[in-house]
Every structure is written in C-alpha cells, then in structure tokens.
Design a binder for this molecule. Structure first.
Ligand SMILES: CC(C)(COP(=O)(O)OP(=O)(O)OC[C@H]1O[C@@H](n2cnc3c(N)ncnc32)[C@H](O)[C@@H]1OP(=O)(O)O)[C@@H](O)C(=O)NCCC(=O)NCCS
Length: 263
C-alpha cells in the first residue's frame, strides 16, 4: 500500500507542477469498461475514438511529425491502436507545447492539445503489453515518463516489452520505470535494426517503480559501452538472446555510454 501511495504522491506532484495538464485515454468505446480510469488514484477520462475524431487526427499528425518516415499510417492507427486498445494522453493548452509542434498543428494558445502520448498494444500473453509509440512535446517536465507509466496502469499491464534505439533520449525515459532487461533484437527486423533492441520491464513491484521514477534506484553498472559501439552492443544482444541476464540500469545511458548490469 505504502509504495503505491509513494507513486500517487509523485504523480500528484507532477500534475500540481503543471496545471492545465490532464490524463485521457483514447480508444474504441468498447474498451472503456476494461480500463483502470483511476490509475494510482488519479482521475482519467476515457474518450471513445468514434466520437473524438479531431483528437484522433491530432494524434495522427503528431505521431507522423515526431517519427517522420516511420510515423503511423492512418489505417494502422485505426486497426492496430484504436480498435484493439487505447492510447494514453496528457492533454494541455497548446501554449505549453514546444513552439515547432504548436506551429505544425496551427493551434491558438488555449486550444486543447496533446502534450504527450503513449501507446502499448495488448499481446496474446496475459498481462504482457508491447510498447509501440512514446511521444512528448513538453520537454524537461518528465511528461514522457508519466504518460508511459499512467497509460500502463490504465491498461493494467504487469509486464512490458518495448523497442528502443541505444542513442534515443527515450532510453532515459524507459528506465524511469526501472531496469530494462535486455531481450535481444527485434523479431522480424526493424528500420533502425542495427541500433535497436528489445527490452522488458517488470511493472509488478511498485516500490521499485516509485524509486526509479524518482531516480532513487541505485544499481551499479558492471560495464559501460559507448552508444556508438554497435558491434559490442550487438554482441550483448546475442548473449541476451542466448539466455544471459543483462539489464540496462537507470538512467540507462550516461555521457554517451550504455550502462549495463550483467547477471
Ligand atoms: C523521447 C521523448 C518521448 C522524450 O520526451 P520527454 O520525456 O518529454 O523528454 P525529457 O525532456 O523529459 O527528457 C527525458 C530524458 O532524456 C534526457 N534527454 C533529453 N534530450 C536528450 C538528448 N538530446 N540527449 C540525451 N539525453 C536527452 C533528459 O535529460 C531526460 O533524462 P532524465 O529523465 O534522466 O532527466 C521525446 O523527445 C519525443 O517525443 N521524441 C520523438 C519521438 C521518439 O523518438 N519517441 C521514442 C521512441 S522509443
């Protein structure tokens, strides 16, 4: 109980520090009753995608803006995001967004905007979700980590498998939820295959998540590998695929080096 309370306090502090930010879920109406709309005791609003097409269009525009060439196609957004699940969103007034994003969307200061978003897809393994898209346009606020954690809570996820690139700032966001156990390369390949890895996060221990969110989780790295040393990192993934227990320890990447814990 106490550990859940610690996370709740941290989440309340985030929302108090950023007035105007609220938590939403956007997906097919049928899923509303399966979601936890009080994640960590905080209020969340479920918006059926069928009746919130402007918000769906804004998400589509932001995803394509953020991911450029590998942004989500509209049919994938409908068929594989909104029909099977729900996207978690932090909504805010447009004036809070990064200026280039606000300009891209053509919004006035007080227009409602998506400040951060996370989508994790349900999988056939009970409790396991697959991280698909993390976006944040509120830099320096911790919005990326909060939208990710609160979305996974709304989905009642117990474990998460995700895909990341060694050199993407998102690695630091992912380690806010705890150490990332390396799984290996992406099944079936990836556009950025040579610098991409699959990780797994265990979400079952709220104490550990609360400590990691506050950057208070200390695990000594046993090895530091430059993010540019793709052959060493590929060898690490080979060992993970062969069954070795290898984790990225928070904050994941520091001074251009991946922080690895072996064993
Ligand atoms: C990745 C992304 C979600 C991060 O957004 P955010 O959580 O709001 O970002 P923050 O400003 O809070 O920074 C998150 C962390 O990365 C670090 N960081 C930010 N920019 C960085 C950079 N250019 N290089 C290294 N680290 C960086 C921050 O210091 C912070 O670390 P900390 O949590 O240890 O303090 C956002 O930049 C984004 O939407 N990028 C485009 C889409 C994308 O690449 N998504 C990830 C796909 S897996």
């Amino acid at each position: 109980m106490r550990e859940a309370a610690a996370l709740t306090t941290q989440a309340e502090d985030f929302f108090s520090a950023h007035p105007g930010v609220s938590l939403l879920a956007l997906g097919a109406g049928v899923h509303a009753e399966s979601m936890d709309l009080s994640p960590l005791g905080l209020p969340a609003t479920y918006l059926p995608a069928e009746r919130n097409t402007d918000l769906v269009s804004q998400y589509l525009a932001l995803n394509q803006f953020a991911f450029r060439g590998i942004g989500v196609p509209r049919w994938v957004l409908s068929d594989l995001y909104l029909m099977p699940g729900a996207i978690g969103l932090l909504r805010c007034p447009a004036r809070m967004l990064k200026p280039d994003v606000r300009e891209h969307l053509g919004l006035a200061d007080e227009d409602p905007a998506i400040g951060a978003a996370y989508y994790a897809a349900p999988s056939v393994t009970p409790g396991l979700f697959i991280g698909v898209s993390l976006l944040s346009f509120l830099p320096g606020t911790g919005a990326g980590a909060w939208v990710k954690l609160l979305t996974l809570r709304m989905l009642r996820a117990k474990r998460l498998r995700g895909v990341a690139q060694w050199d993407n700032p998102s690695v630091r966001v992912h380690t806010r939820l705890g150490p990332l156990r390396l799984v290996g390369r992406v099944p079936g390949g990836h556009e950025y295959g040579e610098r991409t890895f699959v990780y797994e996060s265990d979400l079952s221990d709220s104490t550990r998540v609360a400590r990691a969110m506050a950057r208070g989780l200390s695990l000594e790295p046993t090895r530091r590998i430059p993010v540019t040393d793709l052959s060493a990192l590929s060898a690490v993934l080979g060992r993970a695929e062969a069954g070795a227990v290898l984790s990225l320890v928070p904050p994941g990447v520091q001074d251009g080096h991946v922080l690895l814990h072996e064993g």
